[in-house]
Design a protein around this ligand. Structure first.
Ligand code: MEV
Length: 428
């Protein structure tokens, strides 16, 4: 290969670029403005004044590394994916898995509806559950009208009523739960749904004679499912033995809760990192994902893995994902807004497909590393830099110390300090 070509190819490799080159690349590939780029250069873009408006008792702002996962092609569209995470190897692993998936057309993903459920809990009913249910049903359109008077864009589409049997040790008696099904469109929707639930509760109390206690959305977003699938060629992941080992790893995660939690943690490494970078409520995403993993009464792997006739590996991931591109911190946090711009997503559904694909990529990368050489070697490379810094290394010393402790396979603060001492001693 000619030198100029090779140089050009290296230049295209994101991980080989310096910060200026990376930001220039982003400006070329996305529609970031000069202001957005300036914001990325400023690690404390969220000012204290804004932070103090977002939460109570603010004392500062916590920063996290923000990186880019490359190679993602989802539904035939290329994405540059922002990820906010403190853990080494995660971004490199996702990018690598995405590259392997591309050989077979990348990720195919879909997210059909964006319905969230808002719940109103009714207790102390003076009438039977059947009567209460009948009275609510008879006033369905009125209840929906009250709920919808609270929002111009987000709409309650329907309502359902269910009895909840009190299985708690308290035995508080019968309860009826009214559920509003709300089309949140491009918002996550929590605030509007909570307002809707509060707004309909007094009318429901009048109709049934009961008392409305809780009036809040459910984060178990089972009407906001997203799924994705990708094929990874056996030759690209290390051969038939690695595929076989990955299938053993999957069956372990399907069958054993102790492994399933760690397996799903790997998936959430990807999902949470994109969620954080785009200002999503990652606690809501986590809570729903884990409930879904336990949907058949046993906590299992969120992903499914199998092989094709020709021995290639197929991965599928399906989970509830409540995300938004308007409202919440996606519209307040300056860096999260840039994160969304980097992705260039047009709808919340599109954003959900990206989170799902990154989760699947992350899972495949972790399983591949675990099923082949183990993950510690990759992890230790960057961790060595942290250890070198912790040992007191500065500037160029960090790389020298990190490389040495990594090569010696002794990534410990003790060894880092010894090496640092010898470097400094030699210099004098
Ligand atoms: C580490 O953050 C994530 C993994 O433990 C996931 C897994 O074990 O599948 C590597």
């Amino acid at each position: 290969m000619k030198l100029a070509n090779k140089k050009k190819q290296n230049k295209e490799k994101f991980y080989k670029m310096n910060l200026d080159e990376r930001l220039m690349y982003l400006q070329e590939k996305t529609n970031l403005s000069a202001n957005d780029i300036a914001l990325l250069r400023n690690p404390s873009s969220l000012t204290f004044v804004n932070a103090n408006r977002m939460i109570e008792n603010a004392i500062g702002v916590l920063s996290l590394p923000l990186g880019i996962a490359t190679n993602f092609v989802i539904n035939n569209k290329k994405y540059v994916v922002p990820m906010a995470i403190e853990e080494p190897s995660v971004i490199a692993a996702a990018s690598k898995a995405a590259k392997i998936a591309n050989v077979n057309g990348g990720f195919k993903a879909e997210c059909r509806e964006a319905l969230m459920i808002g719940q109103v809990q009714l207790v102390s009913l003076p009438v039977s559950l059947a009567t209460a249910r009948r009275r609510i049903s008879a006033h369905k359109s009125e209840i929906l009208r009250i709920a919808n008077s609270k929002s111009t864009s987000i709409k309650a589409k329907n309502l359902q009523i269910k009895d909840v049997f009190d299985t708690s040790p308290l035995k508080m008696g019968k309860m009826l739960v009214l559920e509003l099904l709300v089309d949140t469109k491009d918002a996550m929707g929590a605030n509007t749904i909570n307002t809707m639930c509060e707004s309909v509760s007094s009318r429901i109390e009048e109709l049934t004679g009961g008392r409305a206690i809780l009036r809040i959305l459910s984060n178990y977003a089972t009407r906001r499912m997203v799924k994705c699938r990708a094929i990874f060629s056996k030759s690209d992941i290390g051969g038939i033995d690695v595929v076989e080992n990955i299938l053993y790893a999957y069956s372990f995660a399907y069958s054993d809760v102790y492994r399933a939690v760690t397996h799903n943690k790997g998936i959430m490494n990807g999902i949470d990192a994109v969620a954080l970078a785009t200002g999503q409520d990652f606690r809501a995403i986590e809570a729903a994902a884990h409930a879904y993993a336990a949907r058949d009464g046993k906590y299992r792997s969120l992903s499914n893995w199998y092989k094709t006739r020709s021995g290639d590996l197929v991965g599928e991931l399906e989970l509830p994902l409540a995300v938004g591109i308007v409202g919440g911190s996606a519209s307040v946090h300056p860096t999260a807004m840039v994160g969304l711009k980097i992705l260039g997503v047009k709808t919340a559904k599109e954003l959900a497909t990206i989170l799902c694909a990154v989760g699947l990529a992350q899972n495949m990368a972790a399983l591949r590393a675990l099923a082949a050489e183990g993950i510690q070697r990759g992890h230790m490379k960057l961790h060595a830099k942290n250890i070198a810094t912790m040992a007191g290394a500065q500037n160029s010393e960090i790389d020298i110390v990190a490389e040495k402790i990594y090569d010696e396979n002794d990534v410990t603060p003790r060894r880092a300090k010894e090496i640092l001492f010898s470097i400094r001693h030699k210099e004098r």
